[in-house]
Design a protein around this ligand. Structure first.
Ligand code: HAM
Length: 451
C-alpha cells in the first residue's frame, strides 16, 4: 500500500487521451458541432429522423454479418460482471437493424432514420483512421427499388454540396455485390467458398502490391481453373474502368443494368462525378446489391469518406420478415480532413457573444442588466475576478470572444453600456436592445468576410 502511494506521488499521470482516441477541446468541439449541424440539417431535408442506441451491444450482434476483420481483429470486446460478452459498437448497422426488427410490425414504412454514433475499432491509428470516430448513419428501410439507392447516394452528395464542395473534389464510386457474385460464380466458375475468399482479396487489392495479389489469387484457384485461364478472365473484368469496357457476354446481366440506371439517374440530377468501380467490394458481409463509396480527390486524404450499400437480409436475421434496406456511414475524421484540405471550413466563433467586465463595485447592481441581456438572447460570460481591466480584455481576446461589455456605476445609472468590438477596437455606448442586436450578429464585428 505504502509503495503504491509513493509511486503515484513520483509519477505524474499522462495528460494524453487513450491511443487513437481524441479529446475535444472547445475549439475542436466547435468544428464537430458545425459539421454535425450541417449533417443533421441536410439529412432532415430528406425526411430522415434521428435515433440513438447504447454504445454497448452483445458481441454476438456482430458475429453473423459484420465481417471477420472487424469482429476478430477490431472489436473492443469484454466480459461484463455477469459473464456476458459485450462489444463497444464498431458500427451502427447491426444496431439499427435490431431496432427496426424489434418494431417490424408497428413502423410506418419507408422508415428513414439517421444517427451520429461514436464508434470504436481497434485499428492501427494513422492519418484518416483512428480507434474512435463519429459516423453519420443514414438508412432507409422498406424500399426495394433502385430509387432508394438513388435517394441514399443523393443524400450523401447533398452533404458535400451543403459544405460548399465542388463536384471535382470528390468521386462517388459504385458497384454491385449481386453483379460480383454473378461474375465470380457463374462467369468465372468459382464455388461459393472461393467466391467469398476472392471477393475479400479484391477488397484488399488496393492495399497490397500486385505480385502479392496475383500470388493469392493463384493460390485460391484449382489447377483446372488455372489451366482454363480463370485468372486472366477475372483480371480482364477487374481492369474495366467503365461498364462498357466489361466483356460483351456479361453486358446483359440484370444487376449491371441496375448499375447503369443508377448512374444515369445520378448524372441526370447533376451528380456527374459518379463512376463504376468493379473492384469496389466493401468489407461487410451483409451487403446484397449496390455498394458505394465516396473518395476525396485530394492526394493527402486518399481514403473513403463514406461507404454504404443495400443490405436486404440483416433485419430478417432477427427472426422477422426481412426488410429491404439501403444506407451509408460517413465518418467525421475524413470529413474534417476533406473540409480542411479543400479550405471549406468556415471561421468558427465561440458561442459566447460577449464578455462582461465589471468596473468598480457593481457586482450586485449589474445582475439585472446581465439577466436582461441574457433573456434578450445574448450568451454572456461575466468576469468576476476584479483583475485589472487590461487582463480581463486579454482573457476575452484569448477566448476569441468578439465583444466586451463594460458595466460600471455610470452605465448603470444611464442604462447605457459601453460595447467594445475587440476586432476593430471601436467602442460605442448603447442601450440593452441595441447591444443585443449588434453582439448577436458577430459578422458586424469582423473586418474580414468570414461566414
Ligand atoms: P465503413 O466503410 O466501415 O461502413 O465506414 C464508413 C465510413 O466511416 C468510412 O468511409 C470512414 O470515413 C469512416 N470510418 C470507418 N472506420 C474508421 C476509423 N477507424 N477511423 C476513422 N473513420 C472511420 C460502415 O461502418 C457501415 N456500417 C456503413 C453503413 C451504414 N452501411 C449501411 N448503412
Amino acid at each position: 500500500m505504502v509503495k503504491r502511494v509513493k509511486m503515484a506521488a513520483s509519477m505524474a499521470l499522462s495528460t494524453q487521451p487513450y491511443k487513437g482516441a481524441r479529446d475535444f477541446y472547445p475549439e475542436d468541439k466547435r468544428i464537430q458541432k458545425y459539421m454535425f449541424d450541417v449533417l443533421r440539417s441536410t439529412v432532415e431535408k430528406f425526411g430522415y429522423e434521428e435515433y440513438d442506441a447504447p454504445i454497448l451491444e452483445p458481441l454476438e450482434l456482430y458475429l453473423a454479418k459484420t465481417g471477420e476483420e472487424i469482429v476478430n481483429e477490431q472489436t473492443y470486446a469484454f466480459e461484463d460482471r455477469g459473464g456476458r460478452k459485450v462489444a463497444m459498437r464498431p458500427e451502427m448497422t447491426p444496431t439499427v437493424s435490431r431496432m427496426v426488427a424489434a418494431r417490424r410490425q408497428e413502423l410506418a414504412y419507408p422508415v428513414r432514420w439517421y444517427s451520429i454514433p461514436n464508434l470504436w475499432r481497434y485499428e492501427r491509428p494513422q492519418r484518416g483512421r483512428l480507434r474512435e470516430h463519429w459516423q453519420l448513419n443514414v438508412d432507409v428501410f422498406g424500399l426495394a427499388g433502385i430509387e432508394a439507392d438513388y435517394e441514399i447516394i443523393s443524400v450523401a452528395d447533398s452533404i458535400f454540396q451543403a459544405f460548399h464542395a465542388k463536384r471535382n473534389m470528390y468521386t462517388i464510386k459504385l458497384n454491385s455485390r449481386r453483379f460480383m457474385d454473378y461474375i465470380l460464380g457463374e462467369y468465372i466458375g468459382f464455388d461459393s467458398v472461393q467466391s467469398y475468399s476472392v471477393s475479400k482479396l479484391i477488397d484488399r487489392m488496393h492495399k497490397i502490391d500486385r505480385a502479392e495479389f496475383m500470388a493469392q489469387l493463384d493460390a485460391l484457384c484449382t489447377p483446372s481453373q488455372r489451366e482454363t485461364g480463370s485468372v486472366e478472365k477475372l483480371l480482364d473484368v477487374l481492369g474495366a474502368k467503365r461498364t462498357s469496357a466489361l466483356p460483351e457476354s456479361v453486358q446483359g446481366h440484370v444487376s449491371l443494368a441496375q448499375i447503369k440506371v443508377l448512374i444515369s439517374l445520378l448524372e441526370a440530377a447533376g451528380t456527374e462525378n459518379v463512376e463504376f468501380d468493379v473492384t469496389l467490394m466493401r468489407g461487410f458481409d451483409y451487403y446484397t446489391d449496390i455498394v458505394f463509396e465516396i473518395f476525396d480527390k485530394h492526394p493527402e486524404n486518399n481514403r473513403a469518406m463514406m461507404g454504404g450499400g443495400r443490405y436486404d437480409g440483416l433485419v430478417g436475421l432477427f427472426g422477422v420478415e426481412p426488410v429491404p434496406t439501403v444506407g451509408f456511414g460517413f465518418g467525421d475524421v475524413t470529413l474534417q480532413q476533406f473540409l480542411e484540405l479543400h479550405d471549406l471550413l468556415p471561421k468558427l466563433h465561440p458561442e459566447t457573444n460577449a464578455f462582461v467586465i465589471l468596473v468598480g463595485d457593481v457586482f450586485t447592481a449589474a445582475q439585472k442588466p446581465i439577466a436582461e441581456l441574457r433573456a434578450a438572447g445574448l450568451n454572456l460570460a461575466v468576469d468576476t475576478t476584479g483583475r485589472k481591466i487590461g487582463a480581463q480584455i486579454q482573457t476575452a481576446e484569448k477566448k476569441g470572444i468578439h465583444y466586451v461589455i463594460f458595466i460600471g456605476e455610470r452605465e448603470l445609472a444611464e442604462g447605457q453600456y459601453v460595447l467594445k468590438n475587440l476586432h476593430t477596437g471601436a467602442e460605442e455606448k448603447h442601450g440593452i436592445s441595441r447591444i443585443v442586436t449588434i453582439a448577436k450578429d458577430y459578422r458586424h464585428a469582423d473586418d474580414d468576410d468570414d461566414i
